[in-house]
Design a protein around this ligand. Structure first.
Ligand code: 6PG
Length: 244
């Protein structure tokens, strides 16, 4: 069986502190590298972090020319739609901070259908990585951000979906989302998400307390199945953290 590195849980006092800690972790992961890759997430939990990245002092610390931005999942809507995850990331920080356009890698949600977009994105990731197979010793990403949905989903990997068991494909089209918004999705699979030096879950709200305790308690929910070739870190606000 593949060795799973220990999971680290970092508890912080507030959502504002969570965003700051996440921003510094991101900067640390992308600094000093010739080329860095970050896989962003959607939903509400990364939004404060995204805003910080466009502001001082964080903005000045990101080597924008050398960082490439991908997205772990997206809703199959145009980027101008408020539901678009990459659209939100662009509005909240990528455009404001002046990230070079060639460094931003959206999922082609204007393709004909989600699985077509998934194949295009898989090709793009493989071209960026420079190989068709992931080598645990050479991760695809430097940092993968992850969220935790109310049903235990992460990225667009929903409970009971066959996508949870995917071992070959890097990206999949998801015809039916398990939770609102009920639009088709495109998602990276667990093997692709695992190929990172750090996977960072962001849990920023007291509403996530119950689902987080189920995940950390070992229930077979998608977020629990997430694996990582590097460090697996949960950054959690105290109001959502399990009692000690
Ligand atoms: C999406 C997200 C999803 C999200 C969780 C948590 O496209 O819906 O990528 O996986 O991270 O649903 O959402 P919140 O951050 O809004 O709690």
């Amino acid at each position: 069986m593949k060795r799973q590195p220990p999971r680290q849980i970092v508890v912080v006092d507030s959502a504002a502190e969570l965003a700051e800690r996440a921003a510094w972790r991101l900067i640390e992961r992308v600094s000093g590298r010739e080329r860095a890759a970050v896989c962003l997430t959607g939903g509400s939990s990364p939004q404060a972090l995204y805003r910080l990245l466009a502001q001082a002092p964080w903005r000045g610390e990101v080597p924008w020319d050398r960082v490439h931005w991908f997205i772990g999942d997206d809703r199959f809507v145009p980027e101008s739609d408020p539901l678009s995850n990459m659209g939100a990331a662009r509005r909240l920080f990528l455009d404001r901070a002046g990230a070079p356009r060639r460094n931003v890698h959206p999922i082609a949600t204007d393709a004909n259908y989600p699985d077509g977009a998934a194949r295009l994105y898989e090709d793009e990731l493989k071209a960026f990585y420079g190989a068709d197979r992931l080598d645990p010793a050479r991760p695809l990403f430097d940092l993968v951000l992850m969220g935790l949905g109310g049903d235990g989903h992460t990225a667009s990997l929903f409970p009971h979906s066959p996508a949870l068991d995917e071992t070959q494909r890097w990206v999949l089209g998801i015809a039916k989302a398990g939770m609102a918004p009920f639009v088709p999705r495109v998602t990276l699979t667990f093997p692709a998400l695992a190929s990172t030096r750090e996977m960072l879950f962001l849990v920023d709200s007291a509403d996530q307390r119950e689902i987080l305790s189920r995940v950390l308690g070992g229930e077979d929910l998608p977020a629990r199945r997430a694996r990582c070739d590097g460090d697996l870190v949960w950054l959690v606000v105290r109001a959502a953290a399990p009692e000690r």
